[in-house]
Design a protein around this ligand. Structure first.
Ligand code: BDR
Ligand code: CA
Length: 314
């Protein structure tokens, strides 16, 4: 059993990660902190509340975090990917979200004390909240078991620019702060999340399940449409749930060297790119001495099928 705090910008694939965390017997979900990203932070919090309620976990604390990037720049959201409401047009506008009185930073710090040494932080949005928590308490890494980030691309192409992945591109300065902090960190980037694909075949299996499965199937329609327009194939990356799965052992990694990762924080064309210093012969990439960032390059296949089974069977 892994004790997890999820930092989310609840969008469609975040919703699948939240459902998986709530439903898996292997995971104790102790809190969700919400960050801007796919949608504005208030809508992200509403979506997080709706999804947790649907999963029967309305008691998990949800705290609202940063509304925009660390630099103070105007936030850019992703309605073209996740819909204006972040849930593919399926969000329940009448829902009254149940939110904690504390901020995302306060919740993260409190849980890091309550679960000192045991808390796995899984961050699947821009890293603004985590960087702010490090500002507030530089000793935070001493109490965190591990940080897993959905973000970046070591060798894969980017998804918001030729080289940059969305979560890192949204806030490169925050990502660099999080990479610099002295905690163990695993990067689950597009190199692997674009090998865990959700298709209409999965949607059909979800639709044949209960309320949770039907909800997942419905929100995925718009997401698959976006991928079809972008890639020519109706198959979406299972980004955020795969990061959760790596963090909690729901999927085994088969190639994940420990190397150093840096973020391009320039204003040039590769702003937001993660530069992973992979060494050695092509494809072997040994661990680099003194390095601290595990970069997942391959996972065992089949997690998306098990996730669909979990959601459809709930
Ligand atoms: C990441 O960007 C967001 O749109 C998704 O929710 C995911 O966290 C994929 O690049
Ligand atoms: Ca996300």
């Amino acid at each position: 059993m892994t004790t997890v705090l999820l930092d989310v910008d609840t969008g469609i694939d975040d919703a699948l990660a939240i459902l998986t965390a709530a439903l898996s017997d292997e995971i104790e979900l102790v809190g969700c902190t919400v960050v801007w990203g796919n949608v504005d932070v208030e809508q992200g919090a509403r979506n997080t509340s709706e999804v947790l309620r649907l999963a029967g976990h309305g008691d998990v604390p949800i705290a609202v975090g940063a509304a925009g990037p660390r630099s103070g720049a105007v936030p850019v959201f992703s309605p073209q990917v996740h819909g204006a409401d972040g849930l593919g047009g399926c969000a329940d506008a009448a829902q009254v979200p149940r939110l904690a009185d504390e901020s995302a930073v306060e919740l993260l710090l409190r849980l890091s004390h309550e679960h000192a040494g045991a808390l796995e932080v899984v961050a699947v949005g821009p890293l603004t909240n985590l960087a702010a928590a490090l500002d507030a308490d530089p000793q935070l890494p001493e109490r965190i078991r591990h940080v897993t980030v959905m973000g970046g691309a070591a060798l894969a192409a980017g998804n918001v620019s030729d080289t940059a992945e969305a979560n890192i591109w949204h806030d490169p300065e925050a990502a660099q702060v999080v990479l610099d902090a002295p905690w163990e960190l695993t990067m689950v980037g597009l190199d692997v999340t674009m090998t865990s694909l959700i298709t209409d075949e999965h949607r059909a299996r979800l639709a044949a399940g209960g309320a949770i499965g039907r909800f997942a199937s419905e929100i995925l329609d718009l997401y698959l449409g976006y991928y079809e327009a972008a890639t020519g194939r109706r198959a979406s990356g299972n980004h955020d749930a795969l990061a959760l799965a790596v963090a909690t052992g729901l999927v085994r990694t088969t190639l994940s060297p420990i190397v150093d990762v840096e973020v391009d924080c320039s204003d040039g064309p590769s702003r937001g790119r993660t530069v992973a210093l992979l060494e050695g012969e092509w494809g072997t990439w040994p661990d680099r001495e003194g390095a601290r960032h595990r970069v997942v390059m391959e996972v065992e296949p089949g997690f998306e099928d098990r996730m669909v089974e979990l959601l459809a069977g709930a």
